[in-house]
Design a binder for this molecule. Sequence first.
Ligand code: DAH
Length: 342
Amino acid sequence: MFNVKQQLTEIKNAAQNVLNDITSKQQLESFRIEFLGKKGKLTQVLRGMGSLTPEQRPVIGQLANDIREFIETQVNVISSKLEAEQTQQQMLKEKIDITMPGKKQRLGKKHPLTTVLDELTAIFTGMGFTIAEGPEVELDYYNFEALNLPPGHPARDTQDTFYIDEKVLLRTQTSPVQIRVMEKQKPPIKIIAPGRVYRSDAVDATHSPLFHQIEGLVVDKGITMGNLKGTLEIFCKKLYGDNTQTRFRPHHFPFTEPSCEVDILCPSCNGKGCRVCKNEGWIEILGAGMVHPRVLQRCGIDPEVYSGFAFGIGLERITMRRYGIDDLRLFFENDLRFLKQF
Ligand code: DAH
């Protein structure tokens, strides 16, 4: 009996010693198995109780239970302590310093063509225009024929394009959108139609087989050249500043009559002639004119009742001028060193 008692006391002391050194949950678990497990120290001692007398058994049993309870309580206490420490440490680790600067998000930028297109769109929608669209793969009829360019017309030569077949092609201009709108919608009409156009041109600093135009069309009763001039003058002033001087120079387009080109006085030399305006003193901005009566008629609009004006702007040209870009190819190469500058 004395022997068993001593063994139990030793177990208690040993447990106490080990407990003081426990710093992790794994250690605590091995400790629990070592002392309280099925093959643990305490269990082993209790197995030997068979050799005790009936009087000794309850005494030793009581002692063994006290020690088990003691060890179990200790395990629970240490377990809670370790858990609290772990939570504390995690909170420290996950603490956010709200005074630190945030992580910088690298945002992309708009392509310069998009920026200028947005600006032009804003100017025209501000004047009451709405936006129309048409297909890039277009019928010869809309791209040429309905615009007074029948097969064999010499003006087709300047707009050589890519043919899908004899009747289907990549549009060379946004002007076919005029026809599509007038076929569907009766006046008053006041639209712009921005979009891609294609021509079979070799690539160089001022030519690309793909570029962008913005078409404009206004049709109503009593529209005159005065409306054309007023609208496009305001457009130039909004785009280039209130002091911009414009010039309407006679020109020829098959689908307008009369036709003109609109220039602005060169802002670099004020008309004296310089590199920017190639010594012209003026810079061409767009083509325009009064919609040809035959074009109106073909779309079912009576030219005796209605009249209209139209214009076409080259987006690349305007953008190049805006930013002083001297090579058209830069727009399409997607070189970040170029694109990041805008
Ligand atoms: N489509 C013409 C071109 O590509 C530009 C143009 C000129 C459009 C006069 C028009 C216009 O609507 O009236 O050269």
